[in-house]
Design a protein around this ligand. Structure first.
Ligand code: DC
Length: 222
């Protein structure tokens, strides 16, 4: 039987940083499901399909294959065979992703793929609906969150480091909008699973959060 750790939470809560470290400690595979949704959104944008047009997005789902591999410990996402890691982290793709990830057809496609991976592999998977929908039987479920201000500041520093021009207030506003969209959609909205452990990382270091998850794994995965 494979051990599965599900980590859900809003944008900027630190899910990928934390999940990557936990995966390394345990020699589990790390699966970033947001990247899979982003790859699909990139396809629609490239084809000129409006993210708002659910019928066209849904019809185009059949033409898309998303696959993953790991290179030097980093997840690589392939869209119809092309490595698109370098194209999926823009604001434009992020916004389109939030819109198209609300559609049933898009979710069905990726949920199935995610379940297939989890059935045979020890992994830590992060996203919005992993504990509630994709892997309801996961041995460990974490809901990782932080205040909008903390998440905004983290994102602000990240962008500044990259030399990008940005305003903290605008970033916080974008985060609020993204939360609103992800938490209030009809299918698989972002919410804490009843049996998930809540971790608020606003005043915790990365090592503290990783340590807490490793404790949960010790208690539940043996
Ligand atoms: O984690 P992220 O910022 O890369 O996610 C991008 C978008 O994808 C986010 O707005 C919500 C959506 N998403 C989702 O609906 N379900 C998931 N399991 C992962 C991401």
């Amino acid at each position: 039987m494979a051990y599965n750790i599900a980590v859900d939470g809003p944008a900027g809560a630190g899910k990928s940083t934390i999940a990557k470290q936990v995966a390394e400690e345990l020699s589990y595979i790390y699966v970033d499901t947001g990247a899979m949704y982003r790859a699909m959104a990139l396809y629609f944008l490239r084809k000129g399909i409006s993210p708002e047009d659910e019928a066209s997005v849904s019809a185009a789902c059949e033409d898309i294959t998303v696959t993953l591999s790991t290179e030097n410990g980093e997840q690589q996402v392939f869209l119809n065979g092309e490595n698109v890691n370098g194209y999926i982290r823009t604001e434009e793709v992020g916004k389109a992703t939030s819109t198209v990830s609300a559609y049933a057809k898009v979710r069905q496609k990726l949920t199935q793929l995610q379940r297939e991976m989890a059935a045979t592999t020890d992994l830590i998977m992060d996203g919005r609906d992993i504990g509630t929908c994709v892997l309801p039987e996961a041995q460990v479920k974490v809901y990782l969150t932080a205040s909008v201000e903390t998440r905004g500041k983290r994102r602000f520093l990240e962008l500044q480091e990259k030399g990008e021009n940005c305003e903290l207030e605008q970033i916080c506003e974008d985060i609020r909008k993204r939360d609103e969209q992800d938490m209030n959609r009809k299918i698989s909205p972002l919410k804490q699973a009843e049996d998930a452990v809540l971790i608020d990382s606003s005043f915790m270091t990365i090592d503290e959060v990783v340590g807490r998850i490793l404790e949960l794994v010790k208690e539940n995965c043996s």
